[in-house]
Design a protein around this ligand. Structure first.
Ligand SMILES: Cc1cc2nc3c(=O)[nH]c(=O)nc-3n(C[C@H](O)[C@H](O)[C@H](O)COP(=O)(O)OP(=O)(O)OC[C@H]3O[C@@H](n4cnc5c(N)ncnc54)[C@H](O)[C@@H]3O)c2cc1C
Length: 608
C-alpha cells in the first residue's frame, strides 16, 4: 500500500494545480493518473483563460457575466470567489512561465469571448491548454511531487456509515497499467478527484477517449451526490466528421457563421441581435440546429464558419492551430474556404457536488475541475471560464486538503442541504443499477483506515479477476449503444418521450453490461480491461444526465425542453441532486444560493 498526506486523482490542469497547492502547504502529495500528465485533456484547450486584468474591467463584471451566462443556476459564493481569485491565479501562471500572447507594448493580450461584456480572455495562440499544462507540470517536477502515471484508479476506499455525511474517505484503489497489479493508496488527509470530463457518454464530442466520467461515477457510488447533471454544454463549432473543436477564439477574432443561403443567420433571423456569433454557446448551438432543421443547413447537417476576411497574417499569428485542425480532420483550408461546423458535446456543467473549498459531503473527499460542480457554471458555462476555474478551485481544494486554515464554505453539500424530494421517473426500477455501494465501502462502520483500503483492494482484485476469466460480450458494443442513444435523445433539443427512450436504452445497456468480459488475457497494458471498467462509469454518468434532464421541467441555459418552453424561476431556481441510495438513484433538490458578497443576484431576462 502506498501512503501520502494528499492523493490527487488526475493530473490535468485541476489535478496539477491542486497538487502544487497541497505542496505549498507542506503536505506530502502524490498525483495518480491514468495518462501521463501532459497528455491530459486540458492540453486540448484552445481559446483562453478569463480574468479581469485591465482597467475598465473588474471582478464583479466578470462575476455578473458568469451568473448571467449560467442562467442564474450558479451559486454566488462560488462565482464571487472565482472572479476575485482568477486574476491572481493568471498572473501567477504567467510568472511560472506561461507564454501568453502579447500586445506590441508587452502586455498580455486579451480577446472577446461569447457572453463576456469585456475582452478578458487571455490566451497563448490557439494552444492555451497545451502551454498551461506544460507550465504547471514543470512546477510539479520542480517541487518533486510524486507522479504515479499510467495508474488507473478504479474505486474509492470509503467507510460505510449509513448517512454519507458520516462517511470518511481514506484512499483509493488503482490498477498499475504497466504491471497489471492492483494496489491501495492511503491518503492521511484527503483524496482530491480531478478526473476531468465525461464526453464519452456521447458519440459526437470534443472530449478525448479518456474522458469517461470516472471521478463522477466513483464519487456517486461512494455516496457523494451528483449535481445538475442535465446541464451539458454543446459547443457550436465542432468539425462534423470527428467532433474536433474549432475554438471560440475564431469567433472572438471576428469569424462569421453562414447558413446554406449564405445568410449571417445569427442576425438575419434574430437569434442574438446584439452579440451575433458571440452570444453564449447554448444560444449559438440552438440557432445552428434551428437553421439545419428549417432546411437552411448545408448538406442537412452543418453551417459554415468563415475566417478568411481576418487575413492570413492575423490568422497565422492568433489561430494557426485552427488551420491545421481544419486541414487535417476535414480537408479544408481555412485561409481559402469556410470551415464546416455543427454543435457537439463539449463540457459538463454538473458533476460531483462540492463547496468553495472543494469538499464533498464525505469527510476527506474533494473534487476539482470539470468533474466537480461547485456550482460555478450553472446551466451554461462561458467560454474561457473552465481554465480559471481549475486554477482557482484546484488550488483551494489542494490547500484545504493539506490543512490550510480557510474561510468556512457558504455552499451546503450532502443530504442535509436537501430542500425538497424529487421523484426518479420510470422506467428505472430498484435494482436497475448494478455495482452497488458495497464494493466501494468497507463492512462495518468506522473501521480502521488501512482495513477500509484493504477491503476495497480485495473487492477490486476480485472484480478484475472475474472480468478477465469470464466469457462474454465485449464492452465496446455497450459503449456504442450508450453513446448512440445519448446523442440521439439527450442532445441540444430534448423532449420527454426521447428522454424516456434513452433511459430505457441505458437500462438495457446495463443489463447487457452484466455479461461483459475482457477478451485480452494479458496483465500488462490491458486497455480492453480499462475500457471495460470505464464503460460502467459511462453508464452511471449517462443515466444521471438523463434522469436530471427528465426531472428539470423548464428551459434554462443549455437545457431545452420541448414541453417546457420557458425558464420557470418561481419553481426551478434549484439544483437537481442525484444521490446513490441502496443501488438506485434518489433525486432531491437544493436551493441555488444567489447571495453574493456585494449584492443578491436578481434573475433577469437573458438576451445577447
Ligand atoms: C477541445 C477543448 C477545448 C477547450 N478549450 C477551453 C478553453 O479555451 N478555455 C477554457 O476555459 N476551457 C476550455 N475547455 C474546457 C477545459 O479545457 C476543461 O474543462 C479542463 O481542461 C478540464 O481539466 P481537468 O483538469 O478537470 O481534466 P483533464 O485535463 O481532462 O484531466 C483529467 C485527468 O484525470 C486523469 N484521470 C481520469 N480518470 C482517471 C482514473 N480513473 N484514474 C486515474 N486518473 C484518471 C487523466 O489521466 C487526466 O490526467 C476546452 C475543452 C475541450 C474538450
Amino acid at each position: 500500500m502506498y501512503e501520502h498526506d494528499v492523493i490527487v486523482v488526475g493530473a490535468g490542469g485541476a489535478g496539477l494545480r491542486a497538487a502544487i497547492a497541497a505542496d505549498e502547504e507542506g503536505a506530502d502529495v502524490a498525483l495518480v493518473t491514468k495518462l501521463h500528465p501532459v497528455r491530459s485533456h486540458t492540453g486540448a484547450a484552445e481559446g483562453g483563460i478569463n480574468a479581469s486584468l485591465r482597467e475598465g474591467d473588474s471582478w464583479d463584471l466578470h462575476a455578473y457575466d458568469t451568473i448571467k451566462g449560467a442562467d442564474y443556476l450558479a451559486d454566488a459564493p462560488a462565482v464571487d470567489t472565482f472572479a476575485k481569485a482568477a486574476p491572481e491565479e493568471v498572473i501567477q501562471i504567467e510568472h511560472w512561465g506561461m507564454p501568453f500572447s502579447r500586445e506590441d507594448d508587452g502586455r498580455v493580450s486579451q480577446r472577446p469571448f461569447g457572453g463576456m461584456s469585456f475582452p478578458r480572455t487571455t490566451y497563448a495562440g490557439a494552444e492555451t491548454g497545451h502551454h498551461l499544462l506544460h507550465t504547471m507540470y514543470e512546477q510539479a517536477v520542480k517541487r518533486g511531487i510524486e507522479v504515479y502515471d499510467e495508474w488507473y484508479v478504479t474505486n474509492l476506499a470509503v467507510t460505510d456509515h449509513e448517512n454519507p455525511e458520516d462517511r470518511e474517505c481514506h484512499g483509493c484503489v488503482a490498477y498499475d497499467i504497466k504491471s497489471g497489479e492492483i494496489h491501495g493508496f492511503k491518503a492521511k488527509r484527503g483524496v482530491i478527484l480531478a478526473t476531468g470530463g465525461l464526453g464519452q457518454a456521447f458519440d459526437h464530442t470534443t472530449n478525448a477517449v479518456a474522458n469517461t466520467g470516472d471521478g463522477c461515477a466513483m464519487a456517486y457510488r461512494a455516496g457523494a451526490p451528483m449535481e445538475d447533471m442535465e446541464m451539458i454544454q454543446f459547443h457550436p463549432t465542432t468539425l462534423p466528421s470527428t467532433g474536433v473543436l474549432i475554438s471560440e477564439g475564431v469567433r472572438g477574432e471576428g469569424g462569421i457563421l453562414y447558413n446554406a443561403e449564405e445568410e449571417r443567420f445569427m442576425f438575419e433571423y434574430g437569434y442574438a441581435n446584439n452579440d451575433g456569433e458571440l452570444a453564449s454557446r447554448d444560444v449559438v448551438s440552438r440557432a445552428e440546429l434551428t437553421e439545419v432543421n428549417s432546411g437552411r443547413g448545408i448538406e442537412d447537417e452543418y453551417v459554415d464558419l468563415d475566417m478568411r476576411h481576418l487575413g492570413e497574417e492575423r490568422i497565422l499569428d492568433r489561430l494557426e492551430n485552427i488551420l491545421h485542425l481544419a486541414e487535417d480532420f476535414e480537408g479544408v483550408d481555412g485561409l481559402d474556404e469556410p470551415m464546416p461546423v455543427k454543435p457537439g458535446q463539449h463540457y459538463a456543467m454538473g458533476g460531483i457536488e462540492c463547496d468553495e473549498n472543494g469538499e464533498t459531503c464525505i469527510d476527506g473527499l474533494y473534487a476539482a475541475g470539470e468533474t466537480a460542480c461547485v456550482s460555478l457554471h450553472g446551466a451554461n458555462r462561458l467560454g474561457g471560464n473552465a481554465l480559471p476555474e481549475l486554477l482557482v478551485f484546484g488550488a483551494r481544494a489542494g490547500w484545504h486538503a493539506a490543512g490550510k486554515e480557510m474561510k468556512a464554505a457558504e455552499i451546503d453539500t450532502g443530504p442535509s442541504a436537501k430542500s425538497e424530494d424529487g421523484a426518479v421517473q420510470p422506467p428505472v426500477e430498484p435494482g436497475a443499477i448494478d455495482a452497488g455501494s458495497e464494493d466501494v465501502v468497507a463492512d462495518g462502520a468506522a473501521i480502521e483506515p488501512t482495513a477500509v483500503i484493504e477491503n476495497a483492494v480485495e473487492n477490486e482484485r476480485e472484480r478484475v479477476e472475474t472480468l478477465l476469466e469470464a466469457d462474454g460480450i465485449n464492452h465496446a458494443n455497450v459503449r456504442a449503444d450508450i453513446q448512440e442513444t445519448m446523442t440521439r435523445n439527450v442532445n441540444v433539443f430534448r423532449e420527454e418521450e426521447s428522454l424516456e427512450d434513452a433511459l430505457r436504452d441505458l437500462r438495457e445497456a446495463r443489463e447487457t453490461y452484466e455479461d461483459v468480459a475482457v477478451s485480452d488475457p494479458s496483465r500488462t497494458y490491458n486497455t480492453d480491461l480499462i475500457h471495460t471498467i470505464e464503460t460502467r462509469n459511462i453508464l452511471d454518468v449517462a443515466e444521471a444526465i438523463t434522469l436530471g434532464a427528465l426531472a428539470r421541467e423548464e428551459f434554462r441555459g443549455a437545457h431545452w425542453r420541448a414541453e417546457h418552453q420557458e425558464r420557470k424561476d418561481d419553481e426551478w431556481i434549484k439544483h437537481t441532486i442525484l444521490a446513490w441510495s441502496d443501488g438506485t438513484p434518489e433525486l432531491y433538490y437544493k436551493p441555488v444560493n444567489l447571495e453574493g458578497d456585494e449584492e443578491t443576484y436578481e434573475p433577469k431576462e437573458r438576451s445577447y
